[in-house]
Design a protein around this ligand. Structure first.
Ligand code: BGC
Length: 831
């Protein structure tokens, strides 16, 4: 296809129009050149789809921290293939993922959404993700380019960072995925060294496009493009969302008046069309009067069996749906449920296992403690949320095995907000007279349509949306209800108006209206078995056919109070063979839009764990969090299993791992502190609008090693269910070969890690860095030989004249974590 010829057919107005969304998620179609509307969707754990609604479900994989904890690029590629399959099923061409920012501070609100504190591991996992998705014919936009490592003042913060640190640490994963062939990239909200990223010519044009040769498309983060000329000439290609934005007529005028060269616009259009061609959204236009082209529409919906409006988006012009470029033989559908379970088990990281308590053997009864045992916390908050069509909670998973008696006690609920009322409801769309325009079923009491409304709603007449349902209490007493949302609401429960008023959005981040809207509480005396009618009406209209509907009703049963429920949990634990406590963070702790304020587990969970462990010495703590939490009870419990945010198959994978059907395969992608005060880089609060990366390249384990402080668990740590000996290492050039033996009694998997230390010691630089890793499987007693090629970049530093390879004797150390190094050898780099 001759893209240049197509560009030549378009007038300036049409070209400029192509560079801004027609709505929240798609670019305009140009039927005259055979271009379908390019559709984008978040990422990274699934494919949320254009409607951002429970009615449009997606597979939910474990959080990105979990994906990185697998250290398994093949598995990540398979996860990518599944995501491409989900994208095609939902008519999505561009997946807004993966997130390649770093774990600079554990307080980062989107820490769970990033892979690691280490740029090399981030780059390798990120590249595998990009390759997997794109091999399925769907584009990725690794994000957020660059230095968007925390959330405070996220739209405006100016990150100041020296060039060597930027190159060696924060840009490194992006450079890696560009080398892996990423078709897109997302430009961040923040500024770097004084220039906001969407206008950053030095980084977006000179470095990314010219030096690295990136031929893909740079899309803005949502609303991040805030100027006309500076963004266009600064290397941004597409401004999202639309239809409003800084380009359109303003950019057209800037070109006509000579302030922006038309070649700039042509290059932006070229990149859009190139991406469209790659994902099959650009096909030969029909000859006037001829037949429409067919395209290769694929939309099997295989995998999670979601009953959705899959693959039904209307195509314009030539053909519909999203084409696939899958090579023959690879187009077998991926089983999403099975893969979500496999990735979860492989990411679970066994931090501590005194006396080999895990896997469980000969256990007849389990006390399963914690509110997150029944209401699984499977993902972090913000734009990374998707709606899976099923969730297996730890309680479901353990009970589902049927081989042990499982007694559940919630203990304490750390959530600040009430859980969404779990009864099927409906959303009724109303006109100004209160007449129904359309009605849609809801799985629970949450209504959510961000941008596009269901196609049968007459948006011109829309005046309100009402959640309708009925609730029958199981217990008599004082029930708590909540309304979550911003705007004008009337809530009627059991015929009584319990809320009637206006809720203003908190703060000045417009996204919080959808990501973490405020909660209003009310209590009502209800009788067991007597149903009450629920109605929550929200006044809202649509503009240009678009509307933003996001509100819900929450509920909690009457509670005897935490003192009583904790005492009940302790008694349940005392009476069982083992106790398993699920300790979790909450949506108020880990989400987009704000940073964490501390690392402690929320609520009274530390106290609960300590008391349960005293009541039952065989206590296993399952830490259900996307990022590090403090574990003051660590020495008092024999086993700690970190399950991250485990995705929709959480409980099934937990049962697999506790029983020993699967080995917990994870290794920490980030160092876990013992005390908050020890964390070398913690602060995420800008001062005078500036966040200075004063620590230079010393982040994560690189910083911990220099401080001399000891964390709870080092980067790379994870036990598995067998033991290993590291037998020998040999070096040829920069190729390192290692022999390891499974010295335990069951088959196992080991992540062999390679760290490289420079010839000269310099306290301002890392003592060593991860330079390679390899996953090996071995039967009991089996010795396995594995080889890695250390990349040239591992031997280089960024200096005044660019990259410089450091000559001399580098030391390669091979081991089980950055602190547990078993073998070492010398790699000589000639002068
Ligand atoms: C987030 C992006 C996301 C976009 C679209 C932004 O607020 O920072 O990661 O892709 O919204 O939802």
């Amino acid at each position: 296809m001759d893209i240049e010829a197509l560009i030549g057919k378009l007038d300036l107005g049409t070209k400029v129009r192509l560079l801004t969304g027609t709505d929240m998620w798609s670019l305009p179609a140009l039927p005259q050149i055979g271009l379908d509307p390019l559709v984008m969707s978040d990422g990274p754990i699934g494919v949320r789809g254009e409607r951002w609604s429970p009615g449009d479900p997606s597979i939910a994989l474990p959080s990105p921290t979990a994906l990185a904890a697998t250290w398994d690029v093949e598995l990540v590629r398979r996860a990518g293939r599944l995501l491409a399959q989900e994208a095609r099923r939902k008519g999505v061409h561009v997946l807004l993922a993966p997130t390649l920012n770093l774990h600079r501070s554990p307080l980062g609100g989107r820490h769970f959404e990033c892979f690691s504190e280490d740029p090399y591991l981030t780059g390798e996992i990120g590249a595998a993700y990009v390759e997997g998705v794109q091999r399925g014919g769907v584009a990725t936009t690794p994000k957020h380019f660059v230095a968007n490592d925390s959330e405070t003042e996220r739209f405006t913060v100016n990150v100041t960072v020296d060039e060597a640190t930027l190159r060696e640490v924060y840009l490194a994963p992006f450079e890696r995925v560009v080398r892996a062939g990423a078709w897109g990239l997302m430009s961040a909200y923040n500024a770097v060294n004084g220039t906001t990223m969407t206008e950053h010519r030095a980084l977006q044009r000179d470095l990314l496009k010219d030096e690295w040769g990136f031929d893909g498309l740079v899309v803005s983060d949502w609303t991040a493009a805030r100027s006309t000329e500076a963004t266009a000439t600064g290397g941004l290609d597409v401004a999202m969302p639309g239809p409003y934005g800084p380009w359109g007529a303003k950019l057209e005028a800037a070109v006509r008046e000579g302030r922006v060269a038309e070649e700039v616009v042509d290059d932006q259009v070229r990149r859009v069309l190139r991406l469209a061609l790659r994902v099959g959204a650009l096909r030969p236009a029909p000859e006037p009067g001829g037949e429409a082209g067919t395209g290769v529409a694929v939309g099997t919906g295989a995998g999670n069996g979601a009953g959705t409006e899959a693959g039904t988006r209307a195509g314009t012009g030539a053909g519909a749906g999203v084409a696939t470029v899958l090579p023959a033989g690879e187009d077998v559908p991926v089983d999403g449920v099975a893969l979500a379970r496999e990735v979860a088990a492989r990411s679970f990281t066994l931090l501590r296992n005194e006396g080999g308590l895990l896997p469980l053997t000969g256990v007849r009864s389990v006390a399963l403690i914690g509110s997150a045992a029944a209401e699984a916390r499977i993902m972090g908050g913000g734009s990374a949320q998707v709606y899976p069509d099923r969730i297996v909670s730890p309680l479901d998973g353990l009970r589902g095995r049927g081989d042990v008696e499982v007694r559940h006690a919630p203990g304490t609920d750390p959530r600040i907000r009430l859980a969404t009322l779990a009864v099927p409801c409906s959303a009724v769309f109303l006109d100004a007279e209160g007449a129904s325009l359309a009605e849609h079923p809801l799985a629970d009491a949450e209504a959510r349509w961000v941008g596009r409304l269901p196609s049968d709603v007459d948006t011109d007449r829309l005046a309100a949306v009402e959640i309708r349902g009925a609730y029958t209490p199981d217990v008599t007493g004082s029930h708590a209800f909540s309304l979550v949302g911003t705007g004008a609401f009337t809530v009627v429960i059991g015929g009584e108006v319990v809320f009637d008023g206006l809720v203003s959005p908190p703060g000045d981040d417009p996204a919080t209206a959808f990501l973490s809207p405020p909660e209003q509480r009310m209590t009502l005396a209800l009788a067991s078995g007597v149903p009450v009618e629920l109605r929550a009406r929200h006044l809202t209209t649509a503009s240009r056919g678009m509307a933003f509907v996001a509100f819900s009703l929450g509920h909690a049963d009457p509670s005897p109070g935490d003192d009583a429920t904790i005492a009940e949990a302790v008694a349940t634990a005392a009476g069982a063979d083992v106790a398993v406590v699920i300790a979790s963070t909450t949506p108020e702790v880990e989400s987009e839009g704000f940073d964490r304020t501390g690392l402690a587990l929320p609520g009274r969970q530390d106290e609960l764990i300590t008391r349960v462990a005293r009541a039952n010495p065989r206590t296993i703590v399952v830490v259900n969090a996307g990022s590090p939490v403090l574990m003051p009870w660590l020495e008092e419990v024999p086993a700690v299993l970190l399950t991250w945010f485990p995705g929709q198959e959480a409980g099934a994978a937990l049962a697999d791992v506790l029983s020993g059907d699967a080995e917990p395969g994870g290794r920490l992608p980030t160092t876990w502190p013992l005390r908050e005060a020890d964390v070398p880089v913690l602060d995420v609060t800008p001062s005078g609008g500036e966040l200075a990366y004063r620590e230079g390249p010393l982040v994560g384990y690189r910083a911990w090693e220099r401080t001399g402080r000891v964390p709870a668990f080092w980067f790379g740590h994870g036990l598995g269910y067998t033991t290993w000996s590291y037998d020998s290492v040999a070096v040829t050039g920069t190729t390192v070969t290692v022999a390891v033996t499974n010295t335990g009694t069951r088959p196992g998997r080991e992540i062999v890690q390679f760290y490289l230390a420079p010839p000269e010691e310099d306290p301002r630089r890392p003592a060593r860095v991860l330079a390679g890793f390899s996953a090996v499987d071995a039967a009991p007693g089996q010795t396995v030989i594995t080889t890695v090629y250390l990349p040239e970049r591992a031997f280089q530093v960024w200096g005044e004249r660019g990259w410089r390879t450091v000559p001399g004797e580098h030391t390669v150390e091979v081991g089980r974590s950055v602190a547990d190094r078993r073998l070492s050898a010398t790699v000589t780099v000639p002068e």
